[in-house]
Design a protein. Structure first.
Length: 400
């Protein structure tokens, strides 16, 4: 569960640092001036504007401090002089009102500043070798809405919160009114590299392609593998991943699955003339090689090798991935290497858990999909900035 590997400084350790010590380290890696400059009032008339960069700092400090509402943020700024000063306000300056905080947040939404800052921080983490970017995991998580519940028919018209449902690990159906946030996560660092928010009724499988397109077009990274659960088991997702020169590692969704073609198992493994699953023997580009299970000592076939092949090497079958990109992949399904890659998918689950348990992604108090998306970006930014701060601490230790 480490942000930096093989660092022994975990995100949980980072949260254990006293707030008054942690915030200066957090803000030290953030250059918010270019973003705050877009928030400044252009007209010289009227009352002196509040320090927009300080407010932006406060909006970012809020998730790190477990503050999920503008009211609670105002109260913290009003009573905690040190916190107010560390956010960039003068000591003799009054804390911004709830309406001012809300107004600046709305400006951040309108200008798309949170997404821009998120993209920049992802690039910084890549340059600092915190993010690797070659292996990604994709998943979604439920977000309950702060909005009034509505019938499905009316929710469809607004494009905002809607009804969603999924099954938990025990097969129980869970329903909620709200949104989903969709993440693509670098499995090496467990940090988000792409994020989107949709109404809760949007199917998970529809969002893999946009997330991957964002990573490739925005950052230009070379991706090797993309891990997803059975909810993404659609041909178009395999095709999308392959389009970017990568291999999709996706669990098969067995619900409604038809019988596989004769002579192969459900996972695509060819079967010999005796009906035994053949043994995967590696890949040569897009060609997968399978050998006689008797020849490699996996079974004791009563007919031996001679019936199927004149060679002591045993019968060999080769399959191209393009024959059935859903079933065939390199490494082949069910092999140890495939399982190791698929296990990397837990990186996105841990990232989701940090956002919802350690930060405030599970306590949304803004309405409308654009504001909810900005709120999620602010939480994701905290993860990235925290990783940069931890990286700075680790490098300082090494040079001290």
């Amino acid at each position: 569960m480490y942000i930096l590997q093989p660092s022994l400084f975990s995100f949980e350790d980072w949260l254990e640092i006293d707030s008054s010590d942690r915030l200066p380290l957090f803000f030290a890696v953030l250059d918010l001036q270019p973003y705050a400059s877009k928030l400044r009032k252009q007209s010289p008339q009227g009352a002196k504007p509040m320090n927009r960069e300080a407010i932006l700092r406060a909006l970012l400090a809020a998730p790190l401090e477990g503050i999920s509402t503008f009211t609670r943020l105002h109260e913290r700024l009003a009573r905690d002089i040190r916190f107010r000063y560390q956010c960039g306000f003068r000591i003799d300056e009054a804390a911004p009102s709830v309406s001012t905080l809300s107004r600046v947040f709305s400006a951040v939404v309108e200008l798309g500043l949170a997404e821009k800052l998120f993209i920049d921080l992802v690039s910084q983490c890549k340059e600092a070798s915190i993010i690797n970017g070659r292996h990604l995991a994709v998943d979604s998580a439920a977000v309950k809405s702060y909005e009034k519940k509505q019938p499905k028919s009316k929710s469809q018209e607004t494009g905002n919160a809607n009804w969603g449902a999924k099954y938990d690990t025990f097969g129980n159906k869970l329903a909620w009114f709200g949104y989903k946030f969709h993440l693509a996560v670098d499995t090496a660092s467990e940090l988000p590299v792409a994020l989107d928010v949709t109404p809760a009724n949007v199917f998970d499988g529809e969002m893999a392609a946009p997330l991957l397109e964002h990573v490739v077009t925005t950052h230009g990274w070379k991706i090797d593998f993309v891990m997803m659960d059975a909810g993404y088991d659609q041909v178009k997702n395999y095709e999308t991943v392959r389009q970017y020169g990568a291999q999709a590692i996706i669990a098969m969704n067995k619900r409604g699955e038809k019988e596989p073609p004769e002579g192969i198992a459900s996972d695509g493994t060819p079967r010999c003339t005796m009906g035994y699953d053949m043994v995967y023997w590696g890949a040569d580009g897009d060609r997968l090689k399978f050998r006689c299970p008797h020849a490699v000592g996996k079974i004791d076939c009563p007919l031996g090798i001679a019936t199927c092949s004149e060679s002591n090497y045993g019968m060999v079958v080769k399959k191209r991935i393009t024959e059935d990109i859903r079933r065939y992949c390199a490494p082949h399904r069910g092999t140890q290497n495939w399982k190791l890659l698929y296990n990397e998918r837990t990186a996105v689950e841990r990232c989701n858990a940090r956002l919802k348990t350690n930060l405030t992604a599970n306590d949304v108090h803004v309405r409308g999909i654009r504001k909810v998306k900005t709120y999620m970006f602010l939480n994701a930014i905290v993860l990235l900035a925290s990783a940069l701060a931890v990286n700075h601490i680790e490098r300082h230790k090494k040079t001290a």
